[in-house]
Write a new protein. Structure first.
Length: 94
């Protein structure tokens, strides 16, 4: 199994709306991309450097690559790219 964790820091403009939209769009991928084993999005309510986090699980790195290049995921990435100023990610087997 592979865990994929991503953090985003968002632009200040429309931050509250954009972080909710990121959560909504990412969670909507669950029924659309069958390689997703688990996916959850958290909105940081405690301050700190990042505004949102994605924690997702896949059976393999190949499945993670399939998710990463899936057309529905690419649409979400495009939206996030327009509202985020920073991104950090970690992938690991467990």
């Amino acid at each position: 199994m592979v865990k994929h964790i991503v953090f985003w820091k968002l632009k200040e403009e429309n931050k509250a709306e954009n972080v909710k939209e990121i959560k909504k769009r990412l969670e909507a991928l669950i029924p659309k991309i069958d390689v997703i084993k688990k996916l959850e999005v958290g909105i940081n309510e405690n301050g700190g450097e990042y505004d949102a986090a994605l924690v997702s699980e896949f059976s393999s790195y190949d499945d993670l690559k399939n998710y990463d290049s899936h057309p529905e995921h690419l649409k979400v990435r495009q939206f996030i790219g327009g509202v985020a100023v920073q991104r950090a990610a970690v992938d690991y087997e467990f």
